[in-house]
Design a protein around this ligand. Structure first.
Ligand code: SF4
Length: 403
């Protein structure tokens, strides 16, 4: 039941569960697309949007996947027109994840016309052999071409997604990719180490001894990423995320009397992904589409990870929720603390108290002290954050906050 007096939820995630083919490392819920099922999904999604729209006023929207850009123009138009009718457009940040193989100028124009203002492009690598190894459908040339199409369509907030520690990737190959990506001058950069998830072909290859995993090299690649991104003018604001800031690079001729304010390490750069920041800071968000998780006023939900079943449920007038759970307040606050520590700025004490009704300084004082003694954390007058060394072990540090 929605509480009609509550402030509407300001964040919306939509999962598009289709991919052209399955990448060798991927454990996300997605399947090869078939025309009929995609149409059925689009209609079901519109129904789900209608159900939650009265409780939504999105400031951030994020279409992730899967491969959202795989939907054709007609399917996109159906979704975006429905959102328009439901008053769900006009978000300050509206992101669509795109695969470089499925970007076209028509799609880019349609996105712009309906207020999409940020694209996140899954590049992963610019080395053809590694793209093959990962089972990606795109080539390096498609990355440059799609980036160009998006710029021409007027997108001025683009994220490029990379991967490192890919089997057989050497430091030289990683440096080449970083150099080429940095030269593209995107506004945002995300980069994750390859994870070997059960039930993926890459995991099976590792188990069969087809390659060795070199953890030291992975650490060196992460260091290279951080130093290269910072040298190129990005601000690191989360373990794996880097963004530019509107306060940087103002030409001297445009500066007024006071000097330009660069964000300090404790501030979040203006081009950070606001949708993810809301997520890490424990904000509410609706999650729609097969397998999507949502978190609304302390209740976590998860949709069915089966597109057929998802469609059936909505066709019968039900939300396609497989499970929902209301966490006890302290447990919820512990998770919120743990998530927020992924961010370089850490947790401002007041903001944490406002979000969770708990005070980090009371509830987690010994954990913060232990982390500070170990050199992994820093306690200031008004906030707690992990140090660069602590950020490398953020998962272990975060675990200490769970209740
Ligand atoms: S494109 Fe993304 S979601 Fe689809 S299979 Fe590859 S990694 Fe998974």
């Amino acid at each position: 039941m929605m509480d009609s007096s509550a402030t509407p939820v300001a964040s919306l995630y939509i999962h598009v569960p289709f991919c052209a083919q399955k990448c060798s490392y991927c454990a996300f819920y997605s399947e090869a697309s078939s025309g009929e099922l995609v149409n059925r999904y689009v209609t079901a999604l519109v129904r789900e949007l209608e159900m939650v729209a009265p409780d939504l006023k999105p400031k951030t929207i994020f279409f992730g996947g899967g491969t959202p850009s795989l939907l054709n123009l007609r399917q996109w138009e159906q979704i975006l027109r429905a959102m328009e009718k439901l008053n769900l457009l006009g978000a300050g940040e509206f992101t669509v994840e795109c695969n470089p193989a499925t970007v076209s100028s028509d799609k880019a124009k349609l996105f712009r016309d309906f207020g999409v203002n940020r694209i996140s492009m899954g590049v992963q690598s610019l080395d053809e052999k590694l793209l093959d190894r990962l089972g990606r459908v795109h080539s390096r040339e498609m990355v440059f071409k799609s980036f160009d199409i998006l710029r021409r369509a007027g997108f001025d907030n683009l994220n490029l997604d990379l991967m490192f520690a890919i089997p057989t990737q050497t430091m030289d190959i990683w440096r080449d990719t970083l150099n080429e990506v940095v030269a593209m001058q995107s506004e945002h950069l995300s980069s994750y180490e390859v994870i070997y998830e059960d039930d993926t072909p890459l995991f099976a290859q590792m188990k069969a001894g087809e390659f060795a995993v070199d953890e030291n090299l992975a650490c060196e690649m992460y260091d290279e990423l951080v130093s290269r991104a910072i040298a190129a003018g990005f601000h690191q604001y989360e373990i794996a995320n880097f963004a530019r800031d509107g306060r940087d690079g103002v030409p001297p001729s445009l500066k007024s009397g006071s000097p330009t304010r660069r964000p300090s390490q404790d501030q979040i750069p203006s081009l950070a992904c606001k949708h993810n920041v809301n997520y890490w800071r424990g904000g509410s968000f609706y999650g729609l589409g097969p397998s999507a998780t949502g978190y609304v006023r302390g209740v976590r939900t998860k949709n069915w990870s089966n597109t057929q079943l998802y469609c059936e449920q909505l066709e019968n007038g039900k939300r396609a929720i497989e499970s929902s759970e209301e966490l006890p307040p302290l447990k919820r606050a512990g998770e919120t603390a743990a998530f927020g520590l992924r961010m370089v700025a850490g947790w401002p004490f007041e903001e944490f108290r406002h979000t969770t009704n708990f005070d980090l300084r009371n509830e987690w004082s010994s954990e913060m002290k232990r982390l500070a003694e170990r050199g992994w954390g820093r306690i200031s007058v008004d906030h707690f954050q992990l140090t660069p060394q602590g950020l490398r072990f953020a998962d272990s540090a975060a675990e200490m906050f769970l209740r």
